[in-house]
Design a protein around this ligand. Structure first.
Ligand SMILES: NC(=O)C1=CN([C@@H]2O[C@H](COP(=O)(O)OP(=O)(O)OC[C@H]3O[C@@H](n4cnc5c(N)ncnc54)[C@H](O)[C@@H]3O)[C@@H](O)[C@H]2O)C=CC1
Ligand SMILES: CC(=O)C(=O)O
Length: 370
């Protein structure tokens, strides 16, 4: 198969979809890999390493997209990439379609097979291609939040760890999955007081065990959320219903009652955000204020640490990529239920229920189409 790896074009997106190690394994398996020049440069993976691994370096994105049968990326295509879509192309990347209607339309119109990292499942039902970036973003959310709490950055001037004689800061984490757990680890490491809310009692039990009671676990309902948020210096949003638009757990009214200079990091913003006042931001303009509360809602947080993130992401994506290349998309979808779960668009048909619900559209399971 001919596999194309374009350079990312989203704001400050510095990760890359395949590493030189991945290229070597693909080439050894008989595939051809086209890498756009400088695609890996910001992840400290120069063209020479790709070339030495057997890739063909291609000068333009246009040619990578045109010549490849499967495109492997990191982020969902932005508008200026839609012109590259064509019938039969396989696109393996994050898509986050629920909140992005125009991208959904473009993939459907051009009959692209869109396989979304964030909805691929493993045999345990987990989301193996979302997990590594949630680990990164969860850990980052605390260091970003701590920086925005500094006066210089508009925050209320709270040191999360406190000092002897002064209480630590309050961190409230909503959603106790991968983002939430990793955020809790970092916040505890800094010495903050951590409250974690989830609407799964079983998950709260697991978290209580994992953290040995050092994190305050609270059942997520609007009463408890309002109280926790009003006491917080830093609120981290990490709620997910896979593939769906994120439910708004923190309302505008709750934000209005937060402490002035408190900080919100809504990691769930890539699925539309779980905080009503959150809107997507970029690494160029990462933050804004609502009711005196600083909001940081960057949709591609791991791009800030591309070397770590590219390695972590491709560790997880590579076995799926190899399978897609070996079998071709149709046979891989037929053989592997987890890959089939990743298919959001196929031959002009929307194939993911939660996206269909978010956009009030019809959908058909991909198993009925291949
Ligand atoms: N902005 C960025 O750069 C990045 C964003 N993300 C996003 O972060 C979000 C969270 O991802 P993960 O932690 O991997 O998901 P996860 O599935 O591991 O965790 C989600 C948690 O939310 C909980 N939840 C669901 N409904 C809830 C409710 N009503 N109240 C409280 N909790 C509720 C679930 O029980 C689960 O524990 C996703 O939208 C993901 O795409 C992930 C990586 C990077
Ligand atoms: C998960 C995601 O959206 C990201 O890593 O950018």
């Amino acid at each position: 198969m001919i596999i194309g790896v374009p350079k990312e074009v989203k704001d400050h997106e510095s990760r890359v979809g395949v590493t030189p190690a991945g290229v070597k394994a693909l080439v050894e398996a008989g595939h051809k890999v086209l890498v756009e020049t400088n695609a890996g440069a910001l992840s400290a993976m120069p063209d020479e390493e790709y070339q030495a691994a057997g890739a063909e370096i291609v000068g333009s994105a246009y040619d990578v997209w045109r010549l490849a049968e499967m495109i492997v990326k990191v982020k969902e295509p932005v508008e200026k990439e839609y012109k590259h879509f064509r019938e039969g192309l396989v696109l393996f990347t994050y898509l986050h379609l629920a909140p992005i209607v125009d991208l959904t339309n473009a993939l459907l119109e051009k009959k692209v097979t869109g396989i979304a990292y964030e909805t691929v499942r493993d045999r345990f039902g987990a989301l193996p291609l979302l997990t590594p970036m949630s680990e990164v973003a969860g850990r980052m959310s605390v260091q970003v939040g701590a920086a925005y709490l500094e006066k210089e950055h508009g925050g209320r001037g709270v040191l999360l760890g406190g000092v002897p004689g002064v209480a630590p800061g309050n961190v409230c984490i909503i959603g106790g999955g991968i983002v939430g757990t990793n955020a809790a680890k970092m916040a505890l490491g800094l010495g903050a007081k951590v409250t974690l809310l989830d609407n799964s009692l079983n998950r709260l039990r697991e978290l209580d065990d994992i953290f040995n009671g050092r994190v305050f676990t609270v059942y997520s309902n609007s009463y408890n959320v309002e109280k926790a948020v009003s006491e917080a210096d830093l609120v981290i949003g990490g709620v997910l219903i896979p593939g769906a638009a994120a439910p708004k757990i923190v309302t505008k009214a709750m934000v209005a009652k937060m402490k002035k200079g408190a900080v919100i990091v809504d990691v769930a913003i890539d699925q539309g955000g779980c905080i009503e006042t959150a809107r997507p931001t970029t690494h160029t303009n990462p933050s804004y204020e609502v009711d005196g509360v600083v909001h940081y809602c960057v949709t591609n947080m791991p791009a800030a640490v591309p070397n770590t993130s590219t390695l972590a992401l491709t560790n997880a994506t590579f076995p799926y990529l190899l399978k897609l290349a070996r079998l071709g998309a149709v046979a891989a979808i037929q053989e592997d239920k987890g890959i089939a779960e990743g298919v959001n668009t196929y031959n002009g048909v929307l194939t993911y229920e939660a996206v269909a619900q978010a956009q009030s559209r019809e959908w058909t399971p991909v198993a009925e189409l291949v």
